[in-house]
Design a protein around this ligand. Structure first.
Ligand code: FES
Ligand code: FES
Length: 156
């Protein structure tokens, strides 16, 4: 198995690693870097629990090879908090009870964060469309939508 030396920024911190060609980004994050906030729910690109930002775009990190992130910037759920202050999207999930078991929550928050970056005042339909690649088995989505609406209002 070929090894590749990759360099990337993760949550603003430069990182280097020697990775197998087949290593998935989610495994680099969780197993090598111990950033276990990014979850694995399916391995088939369905659930979105593994969603991270790669160069500002949400991607399912179980479907991206670590080598594809070489030279890029990755943001995981651990990167939302800044200097001890929660990001409005994190506050929203707390205030609006946007989770039950919490398994989908990191991916939901990253997807919501990315949505608000490009659409600061989304309609309910736009929120539901944005999170359509993120599955939640617990909440029925109502409070997840409210959580993202909370963050949008907080950022205005
Ligand atoms: S673990 Fe990546 S989409 Fe489910
Ligand atoms: S809160 Fe349990 S899967 Fe979403």
């Amino acid at each position: 198995m070929a090894k590749h030396h990759i360099k990337l920024k993760i949550n603003g911190v430069p990182q280097e690693a020697d990775v197998d060609s087949r290593l998935l980004l989610v495994h680099l994050l969780r197993d090598s870097l111990r950033l276990t906030g990014t979850h694995i729910g399916c391995d088939t690109t369905h659930c979105g629990a593994c969603t991270v930002l790669l160069d500002g775009e949400p991607v399912k990190s179980c479907t991206v090879l670590a080598v594809q992130a070489d030279g890029g910037e990755v943001m995981t759920v651990e990167g939302l908090e800044q200097n001890g202050a929660l990001n409005p999207i994190q506050e929203g999930f707390h205030e609006e009870h946007g989770l039950q078991c919490g398994y989908c929550t990191p991916g939901m928050m990253i997807t919501g964060y990315a949505l608000l970056k490009r659409t600061p005042n989304p309609s309910e339909g736009e929120i539901r469309h944005a999170i359509s690649g993120n599955l939640c088995r617990c909440t029925g989505y109502v409070n997840i939508v409210k959580s993202i609406q909370y963050a949008a209002a907080k950022q205005r």
